[in-house]
Design a protein around this ligand. Structure first.
Ligand code: NIG
Ligand code: FE
Length: 402
């Protein structure tokens, strides 16, 4: 069979176990047998089944092998940047105040509306390369900086082109990211345009490109009830809900996610205990974004420990975007997961691999058990915990196929 290979000379292999919620296998002196781009066997090198003896060997160079990171919440494509706004925030003006003045997301909307599909693809590809160098092998990425049909359509076309070029992406339609300037604060009219016109037309123009739909449920943006109606429209088009929920205030976003059977509820800094229980019962993955909390200068870290205790399989993501988190670095998120969300290394690692993939309803990413995609990272450290411990050290993984 073509493409049979055995990865040997590993210090160890560390992978979440997809069959057990928070279990991590840590196998010293490991080997990994690969066939057809998938994991066929993993275990101690000494236990490698005999029929793999004649397969070509790949030297792991004494590294630790892990699955690649999955980033389940990014706003990958946008025009311009918001460093000027950042400077105002450093001077004490709040994120919400800037948004209320017509800046914030709407500043990026102006720049994104001015960008061509080609420009979006070029900047998007450079950002994807930056993610990949840092070990991210699959990303969720959203529209949402068009806020009108044609610009949302150009963003979707750019994602389609990036997928065509081989990038591993899940696309989420987010035309309800804010209230478009044309609607002059009339959220209800904007929501009707999104649900009745834009979403159906985006799906019709770009069949098969998007899997998910999303809405910013937040004080001053869309209400829980408006989210409920938009998800009904999205589901009728075959889109799976995920939701920007309880980010800056409590708005019942987690409860809504549970009610509509969302794949994920994201942010959740102000999630209620009832919301946590509802997510656990409905198997909604909470996607926590601690680098956003950091970059917004807030101290309201999402209650990861309480969610884990409530039975939620928490995931972590960057939230890469120009306003609240211009960060492409999974190690920053891993470190904040441990240091601020009080997750153990194994929990934060699982949250950025297995549970991140789970929030995208993908079972062949985020682990290295048989059947998984052969997306293997090689880390030249003695112990994987060093990735967190040496804070600020810019580790870069090697890739199996590099
Ligand atoms: O996830 N909350 C809404 N969306 C982004 C921020 C977008 C922006 O500021 O440009 C977020 O934080
Ligand atoms: Fe976001």
């Amino acid at each position: 069979m073509a493409d049979r290979r055995v990865l040997t000379n590993l210090r160890g292999l560390c992978t979440p176990d997809p069959a057990r919620a928070w279990a991590v296998d840590r196998i010293p002196d490991a080997a990994l047998a690969l066939e057809g781009g998938r994991v066929a066997w993993m275990g101690r090198a000494a236990d490698l089944p005999a029929h793999w003896n004649d397969a070509p060997k790949v030297d792991g160079g004494g590294a630790w092998a892990t699955p690649g990171f999955v980033d389940p919440h990014t706003h990958l494509l946008f025009g311009g940047n918001r460093s000027g706004e950042f400077n105002r925030r450093l001077a004490g003006v709040s994120y919400q105040q800037i948004a209320a003045e017509g800046g914030g997301i709407r500043e990026t909307v102006r720049a994104t509306r001015a960008a061509t599909v080609e420009e979006l693809v070029t900047t998007g590809e450079a950002r994807l390369q930056a993610f990949r160098q840092r070990g991210v092998v699959h990303l969720e990425c959203k529209t949402g900086y068009g806020l009108e049909l044609e610009a949302e359509s150009r963003m979707t076309a750019a994602y389609a082109e990036l997928k065509r070029r081989g990038w591993s992406l899940d696309v989420t339609l987010l035309p309800a990211h804010d209230i478009a300037p044309e609607f002059h604060g009339d959220a209800e009219a904007n929501l009707r345009a999104v649900s009745e016109d834009w979403l159906p037309e985006l799906v019709r123009r770009h069949p098969g490109v998007a899997r998910f739909c999303d809405i910013f449920v937040e004080t001053g943006v869309y209400t829980q009830e408006q989210g409920r109606r938009m998800f009904a429209a999205g589901k009728a088009l075959g889109l799976i809900p995920r939701v920007h929920a309880d980010e800056l205030t409590w708005t019942g976003g987690a409860e809504l996610a549970a009610e509509v059977g969302a794949a994920s509820a994201d942010h959740l800094m102000f999630c209620s205990e009832a919301g946590m229980k509802a997510m656990a019962a409905a198997d909604v993955t909470p996607v926590l974004l601690p680098a956003t909390t950091l970059f917004l200068g807030m101290r309201d870290w999402a209650p990861a420990r309480k969610m884990i205790e409530a039975g939620c399989r928490v995931a972590l993501a960057t939230d890469f975007n120009p306003g609240s988190c211009p960060c492409v670095d999974p190690l920053t998120v891993l470190r904040l997961g441990c240091l601020q969300l009080r997750m153990t290394f194994e929990e934060a690692f699982t949250a950025m691999t297995l549970h991140a993939a789970r929030s995208l309803r993908r079972d062949d990413l985020g682990h290295l058990h048989p059947g998984a995609k052969a997306e293997v990272l090689l880390w030249d450290v003695e112990e994987l915990l060093e990735l967190v411990y040496w804070v600020g050290e810019p580790y870069r993984p090697r890739f199996l196929n590099a």
